[in-house]
Design a protein around this ligand. Sequence first.
Ligand SMILES: Cc1cc2nc3c(=O)[nH]c(=O)nc-3n(C[C@H](O)[C@H](O)[C@H](O)COP(=O)(O)O)c2cc1C
Length: 171
Amino acid sequence: MEFYEVVKTRRSIRSYKPTEIPKESMKRVLEAARIAPSGHNRQFWKFYVVEDPEKKKATAEACKGQMWIAEAPAVIVATGWKVPISRGGYMGDMTFTMDVSIAFTQLLLAARAEGLGTCWIGDFSNDAVKKALDIPVNEYVVAVSPIGYPDKGAFSENTKRKSLEEITEWI
Ligand SMILES: Cc1cc2nc3c(=O)[nH]c(=O)nc-3n(C[C@H](O)[C@H](O)[C@H](O)COP(=O)(O)O)c2cc1C
């Protein structure tokens, strides 16, 4: 799929078919996250692929009860951890939140290219997600997304956006 077509037609998908995701497709999506850039090339990140139905349900509950998340065949939980040195960090030891977000964005776009729907989920309790999935204490959950073939709400061009004139200034 052409890059700009991917970017233009990625949408948040909130309804999924139970159809299994081919392993090769999932691997390509994860690979897109793996090769993402990070500050000092630290790669302080981990991507949990949650397929177990009970664990998916517990994750959805931890996402403030957005239970539709558990309908997807898999849920990806991206975590990162604090940078032990504070030099050169845009946000000090919390710089990993940027790194993980970049990788997660690449993952979401790769999913679109594979015909897979996703929805960035930010409304969750960090502690509850970690408890549900037994994630190590030093890790922070940065983003969650269900992943699967869209049921209702097909991909389409995003329309509800500010105009380019509103958000840019050529100086
Ligand atoms: C940081 C972040 C957090 C979000 N959290 C949620 C969420 O908890 N639940 C949800 O349904 N959508 C969530 N979204 C999706 C946004 O609502 C969505 O991206 C936005 O409305 C634009 O729509 P689009 O993704 O279809 O282009 C989140 C998106 C971002 C980037």
